[in-house]
Design a protein around this ligand. Structure first.
Ligand SMILES: C[S@@+](CC[C@H](N)C(=O)[O-])C[C@H]1O[C@@H](n2cnc3c(N)ncnc32)[C@H](O)[C@@H]1O
Length: 361
C-alpha cells in the first residue's frame, strides 16, 4: 500500500472535475440543512438555559470541504441559520469564524476566493480561514469549536486496512470464486479500519469542541436491508472496470492485486455502536437517506456517471497505475454500451447516506 494515497477529488473546472460532477453530493448537503438549523437553535438555546449569555462568538468548521461550489455549502447553511435565529430572538448575532478543512493537496485557492465573497455578503461578522490537514489528526485548539459539519467525506479511511496490505491479500480478486471466499476477511479488515478511524475522529473532535458543541455529519453507508456477507465495496464498480483492464493485460495484474481504495461504507447499526462505545457524544438524530431522492435518475447517463467516477477516483487510480484513464473510460463505455447495463450495475451496488447529529456530552 502506498502511504498517503491521493484521496483528494479531481481538481480544476474541467469536464471530469469534482467542481462539475458533484451535484449528487450537493443534494445531500441540502438534505442536511434541517439538522444543521436544529443544531444551531439547540446550541444557542442550551447556552441560555444553562445561565450563559447568547453566544458572542461561534467557530464553525467543515471537514473534508473539497473545492468548487460544495465547499461553502454547509458553512453557508450554518451562517444563515445563525442569522435567522438571531433575527427571530432579536439578538445581536455572534461573531462567526468559518474554517474549512481538507487534505493539503486540495485546491484551496478557489475555496479561499469564494470564502472572501461569502465574508462580504453576510450579516453576522464573519472571519474565515482554511485548515489543511487530515481530520484523523488534531486540527483545532482544545475547546474552541461550536459546530462541526462534514458531508460525504468520512467514508474515506486514513489508510487501507493493514491486515490486507501487510499480508498481500487483494481487496478485489479478479477470480470470482476467490473473491467470494475471501470476502469475509476483506470486509472485516475494512470494517475494523473504519472502527479505528471513526473512533479516533470522535475522540479528536471531542477535545476540540466546547461543552455542548455539536456535529452534523453525513457519509456514504450501506442500506440496513443488506446483510454483511452480501456487501462488497463502495468502489466495486471501479474495481470491476479495473479488473477487466487487468484481465485484458492493459494494466499489470500484480499491480491490480496491490490496489486498495481506503473507502468503507458502514451500516447505521455499526455507526451507532461506534458512537456509543466511544462515549463522548450523544446521538440527537440519525437517519438513513436515499441519495437519489430529489435526483432525476434519467439525468445519469453512462458518460455522466463516468465523469462522476473520474471526479472522485481519478487521482488515486493515476497515482497507482499511471496514465490509464483513457483506457479506463473506453472499458467503462464498452461495459455500459448495452442499454440499461449501467443502471443494472448501479442497482446491484446500492448505497445510502447516513446522516447523524451529535452533541458533545
Ligand atoms: C466526496 S468529497 C466531499 C466534499 C464535500 N464535502 C461535498 O459534500 O461535496 C470528500 C472530500 O474528503 C476529503 N478527505 C478525505 N479524507 C480526508 C481526511 N482524512 N482529512 C480531510 N479531508 C479528507 C477529500 O479530499 C475530499 O475533498
Amino acid at each position: 500500500m502506498v502511504p498517503n494515497q491521493m484521496v483528494r477529488m479531481n481538481q480544476g473546472q474541467g469536464e471530469t472535475s469534482y467542481t462539475r460532477n458533484s451535484s449528487i453530493q450537493n443534494a445531500q448537503q441540502n438534505r442536511m440543512k434541517p439538522l444543521i438549523e436544529a443544531a444551531i437553535v439547540d446550541f444557542c438555546s442550551s447556552s441560555i438555559n444553562t445561565g450563559s449569555l447568547f453566544p458572542r462568538k461561534m467557530l464553525i468548521a467543515d471537514l473534508g470541504c473539497s473545492s468548487g461550489p460544495n465547499a461553502l455549502a454547509l458553512v453557508s447553511i450554518a451562517l444563515e441559520a445563525i442569522h435567522n435565529h438571531c433575527l427571530q430572538l432579536q439578538q445581536t448575532p455572534p461573531e462567526v469564524c468559518l474554517l474549512l478543512n481538507d487534505l493539503p493537496e486540495n485546491d484551496f485557492n478557489t475555496v479561499v476566493k469564494n470564502l472572501v465573497t461569502l465574508r462580504q455578503s453576510n450579516k453576522p461578522l464573519v472571519m474565515i480561514g482554511v485548515t489543511p490537514g487530515s481530520f484523523y489528526e488534531r486540527l483545532f485548539t482544545s475547546g474552541s469549536l461550536h459546530l462541526v459539519c462534514s458531508s460525504s467525506s468520512l467514508q474515506w479511511l486514513s489508510k487501507a486496512p493493514e491486515h490486507l496490505t501487510r499480508n498481500q491479500i487483494p481487496a478485489y480478486d479478479i477470480d470470482e470464486h476467490a473473491r467470494r471466499e475471501r470476502l469475509p476477511i476483506v470486509l472485516e479488515a475494512y470494517a475494523q479500519q473504519f472502527r479505528e478511524d471513526f473512533t479516533l475522529f470522535l475522540q479528536l473532535r471531542a477535545k476540540e469542541l466546547v461543552s455542548g458543541g455539536r456535529m452534523v455529519l453525513s457519509l456514504i453507508g450501506r442500506p440496513s436491508y443488506i446483510i454483511d456477507s452480501e456487501f462488497f465495496h463502495l468502489w466495486e464498480i471501479v474495481a470491476q472496470i479495473l479488473s477487466v483492464m487487468a484481465s485484458e493485460g492493459v494494466i499489470d495484474k500484480a499491480n491490480f492485486d496491490s490496489f486498495y481504495v481506503p473507502l468503507y461504507g458502514p451500516s447505521c447499526k455499526e455507526l451507532r455502536e461506534i458512537i456509543q462505545e466511544e462515549g463522548s457524544f450523544s446521538i440527537r438524530e440519525m437517519r438513513e437517506q436515499d441519495p437519489t431522492t430529489d435526483y432525476d435518475n434519467a439525468f445519469m447517463t453512462p458518460s455522466r456517471f463516468l465523469n462522476h467516477l473520474r471526479a472522485i477516483f481519478e487521482p488515486i487510480i493515476v497515482q497507482h497505475f499511471g496514465e490509464v484513464m483513457d483506457e479506463f473510460a473506453r472499458t467503462a463505455e464498452r461495459r455500459w454500451s448495452v442499454e440499461g447495463s449501467m443502471q443494472d450495475e448501479r442497482a446491484r451496488n446500492p448505497r445510502v447516506m447516513l446522516v447523524v447529529s451529535l452533541a458533545k456530552a
